[in-house]
Design a protein around this ligand. Sequence first.
Ligand code: HEM
Length: 310
Amino acid sequence: MADYDRNNNGLQELEPSPVEESPLGSKEDYFPSQNTPSNPPQNLPTSTLGLSQHSPIWYLTRIQRYSSYVFTAYGVAHIVNTSIIPLLTASVPESNRYLLLTRPYYQGIPAEPLLIIAPLWAHVISGVALRIVRRNLNAKRYGDSGEKEGTKRSFFSSDFWPRVSGVSKLGYPFLPLLAGHIFVNRAIPQQFPGGQSNVNLSYVAHAFAKHPVVSYVGFSALIVVGVWHITWGWAKWLGFTPEQVTVQGGEGEVWQKRRWYGINALAAAVAGLWMAGGFGVIGRGGEAPGYIGKMYDQMYQRIPVVGQWL
Ligand code: HEM
């Protein structure tokens, strides 16, 4: 993560700030006009919807932030079921019993749309929308016509967009990895008689036993990218990233380094914990026997492209 990269002059490059309470939005407070009465009427009316008049950036940053809180709650339940309980019981069938106990809380209607689908879409769409709004605001403030050194900037060039942070760079690969995981574990089983009730940790253990390379590579990528995105994301929400150090000079740099190592150490610990239970217990659970094992094979064969070799 190079969130606090410095440019050639040794200066730290920051997003336009403050982003939330933009001076554009509150210009009147900074430079009251001649016509503004000295005692403005109290209880100014809000918009017709009864909402206060905040900028789109204000709403979008809050949607991006609070949707991730909801998803974090699900993530905690998930690491408990797929790593901590398997580590405690050291048995896949025993862990399946706990999985079935907690499943009703996050699977089905209304828990699943509320806990997973809606927050996920809200988080990603608000992030992309923020990027577009900030790009347009920068263009308005600094007169950026989309041209650089006489040449037209491409829409796809990174110069065109506000700087993409390390957290965001991890967010984009996390998306297809998570979508793939949801597809294999939720969408495919629905196409079989009995649906989701056929699937539990033994389904994952079966994949590790029969297709170890794909399973280890796929789950490692999912865990590493996801845990690093979420840990750095939380560090940002809590104001703990190296970029958010306010102390200047040498002492500030020491703090930046400490934070960088601290956040990465925490991410490594969480990813290590997840892998210990996921790979160490579920990964070694072995193939499912008989009819169930055959059905799992058919399920994995439904994975597009890769499925034909499974
Ligand atoms: C569960 C807890 C999560 C937290 C705490 C979190 C935190 C964050 C933060 C702080 C950002 C903004 C980065 C910045 O502006 O510098 C961000 C962006 C992003 N997140 Fe997450 N995130 C979480 C879950 C997810 C999930 C599950 C996905 C999708 C699989 C995801 C995908 C993204 C994407 C694509 C962006 C980039 C948006 C952009 O800047 O264009 N995040 N996340």
